[in-house]
Design a protein around this ligand. Structure first.
Ligand code: PAF
Length: 318
């Protein structure tokens, strides 16, 4: 696939790898009074991403998808180099929706004019940090992560200037961080979070699922099942105490960890964390108040692949 920077033949999606060229296209949308919906991605697209594109198309005239593997959200020991880069199939998937008007494929050198190194102590330039929401849950094992996300999303918003932006609920903390950032920085953008797309057995779709072997894939639903059991302990049994709510979830995970060990499948399953937080403040809850909107979430390792998932309590959208 060549990366055309000019509008290609009818039916093709223009791909912009220069920010100036994209801005010229964006000005045309404005002249034609078209609203723009934006779906930021790191590529390796799956049905979950395409559901965001379709949701955007229902609410906006033109949908822009960015594909950018953002170095600033990876730590030196993480999988930046191994992160899947699958532009040709991503392009075909977007074309198949018939809903994508333009693809933004920016270069690292344009996105980070001051340069970018993964070693935080050596970083130079401007970063966006959403304090109070970035250092719990996913921010504990990945303290650099939300600063990288908030920074790149701000840059992308500045380029794309969307009326609306679409994020997957699977990354619940990311939705809360971005929503607060939009609010704090007075960005004229309506933030939308779209429900998680799941495989038939409940596994949340993720670009990292492709790393699972068939044996790993069989047990990978453990987190979704664990979170479902915790929700059931609230809605079915009326439990309000954190310990009681999370107990059945820990039970399911311990059972699977033991089964995988006993069957000597050649990989381990390990719980990273389970969390129950208030939707607005992301503070851990010891007690769930009546109708309090909350997020039940967690992360597990299946082999070396880290899977995350969440379920909302008393809330429809993040
Ligand atoms: O969710 C993602 O894929 C990324 O965190 C995002 C929002 C595209 C920023 O790099």
């Amino acid at each position: 696939m060549s990366h055309s920077t000019s509008s290609a033949a009818a039916g093709d999606i223009p791909v912009f790898d220069r920010i100036d060229d994209f801005r010229a296209w964006r000005r045309e949308q404005l002249k034609q009074n078209k609203t723009v919906g934006f779906v930021p991605t790191m590529g390796a697209l799956h049905e979950g991403h395409l559901s965001l594109v379709k949701a955007a198309k229902e609410e906006c005239d033109s949908v822009v998808v960015s594909i950018f593997v953002n170095p600033a959200q990876f730590a030196p020991h993480e999988d930046l180099d191994q992160y899947p880069r699958t532009f040709d199939t991503d392009y075909q998937s977007l074309a198949s929706t018939g809903a994508c008007a333009a693809i933004l494929l920016p270069r690292v050198s344009e996105m980070y004019p001051s340069g970018i190194t993964l070693d935080r102590s050596q970083q130079r330039g401007t970063f966006v940090d959403v304090l109070g929401l970035s250092h719990q849950m996913e921010g504990i094992p990945r303290p650099h992560f939300f600063r990288g996300v908030a920074t790149v999303v701000t840059k992308l918003f500045n380029i794309v200037q969307p009326e609306r932006a679409y994020f997957g609920q699977k990354d619940a903390q990311q939705c809360v961080v971005v929503r607060n950032m939009v609010n704090d920085l007075l960005l004229p953008i309506r933030m939308r979070s779209i429900p998680t797309c799941r495989e038939a057995d409940g596994l949340a779709m993720s670009s990292r699922n492709r790393y699972l072997t068939p044996e790993m894939r069989k047990v990978a639903t453990l987190l979704y099942r664990a979170l479902g059991a915790a929700r059931q302990s609230v809605v079915g049994s009326g439990n309000k105490e954190r310990k009681q709510i999370l107990e059945p979830a820990y039970g399911i995970i311990e059972e699977v960890v033991q089964q995988v060990k006993d069957q000597q499948l050649g990989f381990d399953v390990r719980l990273d964390y389970l969390s129950l937080v208030d939707v607005a403040t992301l503070t851990e809850l010891e007690q769930l108040e009546e109708s309090q909107p909350a997020i039940l979430s967690g992360a597990v390792y299946v082999g070396t692949t880290r899977l995350i998932d969440n379920i909302l309590l008393n809330a429809e959208e993040l």
